[in-house]
Design a protein around this ligand. Structure first.
Ligand SMILES: NC(=O)c1ccc[n+]([C@@H]2O[C@H](COP(=O)([O-])OP(=O)(O)OC[C@H]3O[C@@H](n4cnc5c(N)ncnc54)[C@H](O)[C@@H]3O)[C@@H](O)[C@H]2O)c1
Ligand SMILES: O=P(O)(O)OC[C@H](O)CO
Length: 335
């Protein structure tokens, strides 16, 4: 039987630990906040991130990274993307030799423009064959009620992907393997940026044509970036591409979409940040994605205006005019 350590007692870390445990993989959750760790051990519930969801008895929680890692075959990472490097440097000495590192995170690192699996390989000094990614349309509030969902388990090593698939596959959580780690990670990270744009448009009162256009042209941006970074284009038609884009851009449960919607309604950035209690990865990742695009000379106009609105004082109205007044182009340029 495999064992897992899950780092992060937020929404997705707690829920994925529940998935692993129900699939027969006992999990130890690491959390930095003792009150949440104690509540999980004493009440079988995470009161802040997953209130009302009873956690399986095979989940334990701890604030000690060494205790969490003890005997783990899978080390699952579910902290905000921009905190991964610093945290992993602290956790690294405790990683069991041979353990597979699994990223649940959907972001690109500021400053380095690295995907999360690249950060993991670099900091933990493990080969990419030992690093996997789980991504797809996985809105936590639905999963917490055990509503059916599906995800992609990506790893360059197919045997590792299948092992992880076995460890987290459930009647209500269906997983597919895919060797295209680059495409799976780009799909998950950039859809958050597009969801911000869709949210802004919704907040402005714009309708379904605009939403469909932003989602479709957003997918074109993901595909163009993926083309230069070596992703398999088919991945973007799958769960980690279109699937996650649809879920995130259309659901009121999405933190990224809601963040954008609040901006589109006219709230200030400070007000929106104060109203956002959980991680909305697109807010920081839009900047690293834009930097990555510029490095590789890839046009990402939606990402550009998202950075403008979120970070540079551009109004939603100015963003709309900029996008609509671009030079006419063939639909499939850059792919
Ligand atoms: N929630 C979802 O629906 C969902 C689904 C799929 C993927 N994801 C991805 O999973 C990752 C984690 O998101 P989440 O939804 O669990 O976020 P969250 O905001 O619910 O939880 C984040 C957790 O990280 C902890 N944390 C915050 N700053 C930290 C730091 N500096 N060091 C250590 N821990 C820190 C918080 O205390 C919390 O436990 C993100 O990349 C997100 O995009 C989330
Ligand atoms: O709530 P969001 O916007 O972070 O999206 C959550 C998941 O990534 C959806 O798959």
């Amino acid at each position: 039987m495999s064992r897992a350590a899950v780092f992060g007692t937020g929404s997705w870390g707690t829920t994925f630990a529940m998935i692993l445990a129900e699939a027969g993989t006992p999990a130890t959750l690491w959390g930095r906040r003792a009150e949440i760790v104690d509540a999980i051990n004493e009440t079988r519930e995470n009161p802040e991130y997953l209130p009302g969801t009873r956690l399986p008895d095979t989940i334990r929680a701890t604030t000690d990274p060494a205790e969490a890692m003890d005997g783990a075959d899978f080390v699952v990472l579910a902290v905000p993307s921009q905190t991964l490097r610093g945290n992993l440097q602290v956790w690294k000495p405790h990683i069991p030799s041979g353990a597979v590192l699994v990223s649940l995170m959907k972001g690109v690192e500021l400053g380095t423009c690295k995907r999360m699996s690249e950060v993991v390989c670099e900091v933990a000094e493990v080969p990419e064959q030992r690093v996997a990614v789980v991504s797809g349309p996985n809105l936590v509030p639905e999963l917490a009620q055990r509503q059916p969902a599906a995800a992609v388990v990506a790893c360059r090593d197919e045997d590792v992907a299948v092992r992880l698939q076995d460890a987290c596959h459930l009647p209500w959580f269906r997983t597919y393997t895919n060797p295209d780690v680059v495409g799976v990670e780009l799909g998950g990270a950039v859809k958050n940026v597009i969801a911000l744009a869709v949210g802004v448009a919704a907040g402005m009162g714009l309708g379904d044509n605009v939403r469909a256009t932003l989602m479709t042209r957003g997918l074109a941006e993901i595909a163009r970036l993926g083309a230069v970074l070596g992703a398999d284009q088919h991945t973007f038609a799958g769960l980690a591409g279109m699937g996650d884009l649809v879920a995130t851009c259309t659901s009121p449960l999405s933190r990224n979409r809601t963040f954008g919607e609040n901006l589109g309604r006219g709230m200030t950035m400070a007000e929106v940040v104060a109203a956002t209690k959980q991680t909305a990865e697109g807010v920081k990742t839009c900047e690293s994605v834009l930097e990555l695009a510029r490095k590789h000379d890839v046009e990402m106009p939606i990402t550009e205006v998202v950075v403008g609105v979120v970070h540079d004082g551009m109004t939603p109205g100015e963003a709309a005019v900029l996008l609509m007044s671009r030079t006419p182009k063939p639909e499939r340029y850059g792919v």
